[in-house]
Design a protein around this ligand. Structure first.
Ligand code: CU
Length: 206
């Protein structure tokens, strides 16, 4: 699709945001004399690895609350686990179960934003020869507008639209007189796509 290249660029910041650190997250196990995991909670993307590093020389373990992973009690070295499913996973130290607990939140790499934008109240107004398209959006989005005649797109343009009510000029100069439709589809920054809504457009003879 012709939009892909530009949308992919828009998508990158969203991925980076939902995917802190871009790769493994490192957690210190036992810091000095403190019995704690530092940081206590981390967020990674699906498929990322968390590395726990023993720092104090005292005995600690990294043990999943549901038993899925367990480093065993040890005083040094590293333990790693790769997270392949979305969710929140609690873990603790079996030596200090009341003091030491932590959690790993695993998010989809496609981004936390999976909600498509919602388009509504699409209509065309006309004053003299000037047409405008009006619509309402649930969130900020790029709106692809296609002017169609008998289901064929004869002209397309983009509207950088905001949440709430929007209106935009529709250039009809050069179009043959007749009945058209304008089809609108909204894409948010995470590339979620709205349903396509249409409105009628009538181009009169000049
Ligand atoms: Cu411990």
């Amino acid at each position: 699709m012709w939009r892909r290249a530009s949308l992919l660029l828009l998508l990158l910041p969203a991925v980076a945001h939902a995917h802190p650190g871009h790769g493994p997250a490192i957690v210190q196990v036992g810091v000095g004399l403190d019995n704690r995991f530092d940081p206590r909670s981390v967020t990674v993307g699906v498929g990322d690895t968390v590395i726990w590093r023993w720092g104090s020389g005292f005995n600690h373990s990294v043990t999943a609350d549901d038993g899925v992973f367990d480093s065993g009690s040890r005083t040094s070295g590293e333990f790693t686990h790769r997270f392949t499913e979305e969710g929140t996973f609690g873990y603790h130290c079996t030596v200090h179960p009341t003091q030491m607990s932590g959690q790993v939140t695993v998010v989809s790499v496609a981004g936390a934003d999976v909600e498509p934008p919602r388009l509504s109240q699409v209509r065309v107004s006309r004053r003299g020869r000037r047409h405008r398209i009006h619509f309402t959006l649930s969130e900020r989005a790029d709106v692809l507008a296609r002017i169609q005649r008998r289901k064929r797109t004869v002209r397309a343009f983009d509207i950088a639209a905001r949440a709430g009510a929007n209106r935009s000029r529709v250039r009809t100069r050069g179009l043959d007189p007749g009945r058209y439709r304008i089809a609108l589809t909204a894409f948010d920054a995470a590339d979620n796509r709205s349903a396509t809504l249409t409105a009628r457009l009538r181009v009169r003879r000049r």
